[in-house]
Design a binder for this molecule. Structure first.
Ligand SMILES: CC(=O)SCCNC(=O)CCNC(=O)[C@H](O)C(C)(C)COP(=O)(O)OP(=O)(O)OC[C@H]1O[C@@H](n2cnc3c(N)ncnc32)[C@H](O)[C@@H]1OP(=O)(O)O
Ligand SMILES: O=CC(=O)O
Ligand SMILES: [Mg+2]
Length: 536
């Protein structure tokens, strides 16, 4: 298809541009961003509006389903997705992490096969974080990122091939308010994609790799079509062949799971596979059915990968991917190594191991780890049970997963007082750090990021909204939950630094957990707290 890119618009950079940032925010790169904005902003807005309309349908009692209008695409067994790009055939262990300079070096030095450099769930999108992240990736691609921090030298290793870099951009819903085109903020997704692609695509190709992306929080195949159009315009613009980019789509919304074939189909020349983004998936399960009393889930800890609706999702994702010849990537166990407590650490590692074992046996072609200390454990399991580079050639019959399986709200477990308190603690601690620019934190020996915190926030909202009771017999009304919040707030502030943001955070959280206000996404809720714009 011929796509006509928009003319360059008038752009304005409202964030600070220091010397280092000026090598990223060049006139040419900014013009490219303005073209992307002009070409795709209208469609993005329309698609975001479609999300609002769909939510009204779920609120009215309708349930998502496979689409009748795309039945032919699903039933046609002949078409396939693109072959893996160079450096992507073997992705058995991928480390993920925010694009902080130190973590970029540590991730690339880990013994893994790919590194997902994250502008999304694990990064607070402050202007400084997103621009510095681009600088770090620019330098990493060129192998010029070595630096010293205090006493410690951070140097890229030269004794083995470094993991393949994959950039995860923000999702379609977020704006980048520090970059305007014709007076309007650009989409965060296009900002992250555009800068990484513009500066690095040709350099990566010259190094035998390619411009690779993770696509988060997609809600429909039409949103995948938009990415495909972006990819085509971008490739045409810099003069590389269409079909060079690879985008791995996170299936992490309940509506996307019903359109997996269609998503692969829309992106078939660029698809890098699908990934089970388990945390956002649980979050959207709660979110889209939040107004329904028959969809109340027990404590977060009970909503694991073996519960019926999660098991159905994994099975359908793997069989869909393999039928189309593309990778079915696994996801993230939130456990991380525990220092100074051998017994607790052994337990955590055994849990991670069980999770990875379940993934490889289910048919996943690779998995994620949140910490370098988990890389060898995951690799060993995949080496043992997946001796080939991947197992996309395993073409089991399409899993017989039904709509009822995917939407089964039966999860055994209880709502407990402890579960309520843990959710409040996670929200307060995570959101407070997020406002200070830290998008991923260890809390109670678990990795907490925007997706895991969303589960905690949404559960609290849902429980209060429907007046759920704990197994101990306490009714979770507003007053009671606000009382718990105040208790935790007092305890956290008493031991926090003087300039902590706990009071501010609690102000947001109070409204969000009383079953009234419900913001679609935490980063949207808190974004005003992190903007540092000069006036336009
Ligand atoms: C739901 C999803 O979307 S999952 C994907 C998004 N989430 C993520 O990517 C999680 C990434 N992980 C992290 O951010 C971190 O592991 C945390 C915040 C959970 C824990 O970090 P820390 O408290 O620093 O852990 P710890 O002290 O054990 O780290 C030891 C070293 O490993 C490094 N490290 C830890 N995790 C990572 C990582 N994911 N990538 C690179 N380096 C890492 C630390 O920077 C530290 O390095 P240093 O010795 O040079 O200072
Ligand atoms: O992005 C991953 C998830 O689990 O959410
Ligand atoms: Mg996610």
């Amino acid at each position: 298809m011929v796509l006509v890119p928009h003319r360059p618009g008038q752009f304005q950079v409202l964030g600070e541009v220091n010397d280092a940032a000026s090598k990223i925010l060049t006139e040419e790169a900014c013009q490219f961003l303005s073209i992307l904005h002009g070409s795709f902003e209208g469609t993005r807005r329309d698609l975001l509006y479609q999300r609002v309309l769909k939510q009204k349908r779920w609120d009215a009692g309708e349930r998502p389903d496979f689409l009748p209008e795309t039945k032919d695409i699903r039933e046609d067994g002949r078409w396939r997705g693109a072959a893996p790009g160079p450096g992507l055939a073997n992705r058995r262990v991928e480390i993920t992490g925010p694009t902080d300079r130190k973590m970029v070096v540590n991730a690339l030095n880990s013994k893994v096969y790919a590194y997902m450099a994250d502008f999304e769930d694990s990064l607070t999108p402050t202007w400084n974080n997103v621009v510095q992240g681009q600088i770090n990736l620019f330098d990493a691609v060129r192998r010029q990122i070595d630096f010293t921090l205090g006493e410690k030298e951070y140097k890229l290793r030269t004794d083995r091939t470094l993991p393949t870099l994959i950039c995860r951009t923000r999702g379609w819903h977020l704006n980048e308010e520090h970059f305007l085109v014709d007076g309007a903020p650009i989409s965060g997704a296009l900002f992250d994609f555009g800068l990484y692609f513009f500066h690095n695509a040709k350099e990566l190709i010259a190094r035998g790799l390619g411009p690779y992306f993770y696509i988060p929080k997609l809600e429909s195949h039409l949103e995948a079509r938009l990415w495909n159009d972006v990819y085509n315009v971008a490739q045409d613009f810099i003069g590389i062949p269409r079909g060079t980019i690879r985008g791995t789509v996170l299936i992490e919304t309940i509506t996307a799971v019903f359109e997996m074939d269609e998503i692969i189909y829309e992106l078939r020349d660029h698809i890098g596979g699908l990934n089970c983004g388990r945390w956002d998936y649980i979050f959207t399960f709660i979110k889209i059915f939040r107004n329904r009393p028959d969809f109340i889930l027990p404590d977060r800890i009970d909503v694991n990968m073996t519960v019926p609706f999660m098991d159905a999702y994994v099975k359908l994702l793997i069989s869909t991917c393999h039928r189309r010849g593309v990778h079915a990537m696994g996801g993230m166990a939130a456990l991380i190594p525990i220092k100074n407590d051998e017994e607790a650490n052994a337990k955590a590692m055994a849990n991670v191991k069980a999770d990875k074992l379940r993934e490889v046996l289910a048919g996943h072609d690779g998995t994620w780890v949140a910490h370098p200390g988990l890389a060898s454990l995951a690799e060993e399991i995949f080496n043992t049970y997946m001796p080939t580079a991947n197992q996309t050639f395993r073409r089991p019959p399409l899993a017989q997963v039904t709509r009822d399986d995917l939407l089964n709200p039966n999860v055994s477990g209880n709502i407990t007082l402890d579960g309520v308190k843990k959710n409040i603690q996670v929200c307060l601690v995570y959101m407070e750090a997020w406002i200070r620019g830290i998008g991923c934190s260890p809390i109670n020996f678990l990795m907490e990021d925007a997706a895991t915190a969303e589960v905690s926030r949404s559960q609290l909202w849902q429980w209060v909204r429907h007046g759920a009771s704990t197994v101990e017999g306490t009714r979770l009304d507003k007053q009671f939950v606000l009382g718990l919040l105040d208790e935790q707030l007092a305890s956290l502030t008493s031991s926090a630094a003087a300039d902590n943001k706990f009071e501010l955070t609690a102000g947001y959280l109070r409204k969000e957990i009383t079953g009234e206000d419900y913001c679609g996404f935490l980063p949207e809720l808190l974004y005003n707290e992190i903007t540092t714009k000069k006036s336009a």
